[in-house]
Design a binder for this molecule. Structure first.
Ligand SMILES: Nc1ncnc2c1ncn2[C@@H]1O[C@H](COP(=O)(O)OP(=O)(O)OP(=O)(O)O)[C@@H](O)[C@H]1O
Ligand SMILES: [Mg+2]
Length: 453
């Protein structure tokens, strides 16, 4: 088995679409569901161009049809564009209000690309000379000689620089970069002129050209932070440590207003750029009326991410009301959404997904067993079949077989019930369980879901 625990979507590496949005077969862990993937690909393209914000998309479809998987695939292709995943039930917390937690999720999903010009010194090390004081105590001093193809300069070294030079193991012949503001030293590689020392350096050393021109240059560096990170750092009672503990509490709206102002200032000066990212809210039917009205309003704000939602509900009660609505989402909000629907998989797709899962979980399975498992998936559910992979492997190991075979699948499917059999069992033996509320006459599955009005 894999050394690292394998999660449900660990085989997903991306949407697996090319530039023309055609599916690349069997690449990046995604199978079938072409229409939904293409739709997601279109959205992804415009998100990457930074052209849209404040749009909302709903992925609707039966359980196990890959809604969460598609969202995870999108997140992997976004690069430095922020992506936040939230399960709708997470907004119900004791510490902060629903609207605060949605606001935080929104601001986590908006990136600010900040451009900074820094002064750097870049050159090849000619010599490092460190002077110790005679007694061996007290600060060390030293000299560093750097050169480019055009010039050579000697720099005085302080205690701190000597420390980082030693830590980076910088030697004569290395090409290094020093950030003047922070004093940080980066080793870029060894100079080509030292390539003949190959034996002394070993095979995994990178060789680079000795830089030309001035030793001291200006360089533009870009880093992306989320609005939420800026909020937390600037809210006085929290401090940046809250970013690690996650215990951010409510952030005052004045703090946010100030930050928004500052950032729009930066944008006008061309120092920063707003990058609307993606907020993924899974199980959207868990949100209530207040949350939906908040979303309605927040999506119209100037700084809003693209919100992608997923739901496997059909007609369902809107949480906190007695009204029924498609997907448990109020009609007026639904009207703003672009809806992507996911379809049930055909047998070939299921087989491929199961095969990929086997590879991911490092389980060897015979062709026959895979065929049987595919049958199991079509009659029960994909999720149930996926569970049988690792359990089947345990059973196969017990009988000292290296491959999972049909007998193992049969054995585990007898050991573990799927949902239909479990419901059947409950209706058959309900008298022996506590708190049984199903009337004997209508034991069908819908009866369990219905709220007792
Ligand atoms: N097109 C696909 N390609 C590869 N793997 C897939 C695909 N669709 C689903 N899977 C895998 O099948 C399993 C179930 O899919 P997923 O969790 O995305 O379903 P879902 O639509 O979110 O269901 P639910 O409504 O119950 O949340 C996951 O392990 C997922 O990675
Ligand atoms: Mg899901």
């Amino acid at each position: 088995m894999a050394a690292w625990p394998v999660g449900a979507h660990s085989h997903i590496r991306g949407l697996g679409l090319d530039d023309k949005l055609e599916a690349r077969p069997n690449s990046q862990g995604m199978v079938g569901q072409i229409r939904a993937r293409k739709a997601a690909g279109v959205i992804l393209k415009i998100i990457k161009q930074g052209k849209i914000s404040g749009r909302a998309i709903l992925m609707a479809g039966a359980p196990g049809t890959g809604k969460t998987a598609i969202a995870m695939a999108m997140s992997q292709e976004l690069g430095d564009v922020p992506f936040t995943a939230l399960a709708a039930s997470e907004v119900y917390s004791m510490e902060i209000s629903k609207t605060e937690s949605l606001t935080q999720a929104f601001r986590r999903s908006i990136g600010i690309r900040i451009k900074e010009e820094t002064e750097i010194i870049e050159g090849e090390v000619v010599e490092i000379q460190i002077d110790r004081s005679v007694t061996g105590v007290g600060p060390k001093t030293g000299k560093l000689t750097l050169k480019t193809t055009d010039m050579e300069t000697i720099y005085d070294l302080g205690q701190k620089m000597i420390g980082s030079l030693t830590k980076e193991k910088v030697m004569a012949g290395d090409v290094i970069q020093i950030d003047k503001a922070t004093g940080r030293i980066t080793r870029l590689g060894r100079s080509f002129t030292r390539a003949r020392d190959f034996d002394a350096t070993g095979p995994d050393v990178k060789f680079v050209q000795c830089p030309d021109g001035e030793l001291q240059t200006r360089k533009e560096v870009v880093h992306t932070v989320s609005l939420h990170e800026i909020d937390v750092i600037n809210s006085r009672q929290q401090g940046f440590l809250a970013l690690f503990s996650g215990d951010t509490g409510e952030i005052k709206s004045e703090v946010r207003d100030q930050i928004n102002q500052k950032i729009s200032g930066w944008c006008e000066e061309g120092k920063a750029e707003i990058v609307p990212g993606v907020l993924f809210i899974d199980e959207i039917h868990m949100l209530d009326m207040e949350c939906f009205s908040f979303l309605n309003r927040a999506l119209e704000g100037t700084m809003a991410p693209v919100v992608i939602m997923a739901s496997n509900r059909g007609m369902a009660r809107i949480r906190g009301t007695n009204y029924q609505s498609p997907h448990g989402v109020p009609i007026d909000f639904l009207d703003r959404l672009l809806i992507i629907s996911t379809q049930a998989y055909n047998e070939d797709d299921i087989k491929q997904i199961l095969k990929i899962r086997c590879d991911e979980e490092e389980v060897d399975m015979t062709e026959d067993a895979l065929a049987v498992l595919t049958k199991v998936a079509t009659t029960t559910s994909l999720r149930y079949a996926i569970h049988l992979i690792s359990t089947g492997y345990m059973v196969a190991q017990k009988r000292k077989a290296s491959k999972v075979d049909v007998v193992d699948i049969k054995r585990v499917s007898a050991l573990f019930l799927d949902e239909a059999r479990s419901v059947q069992y409950l209706t058959d033996y309900q008298d022996e369980f506590m708190f049984s509320e199903i009337a004997p006459s209508h034991g069908d599955r819908m009866a369990i879901d219905q709220p007792s009005a």
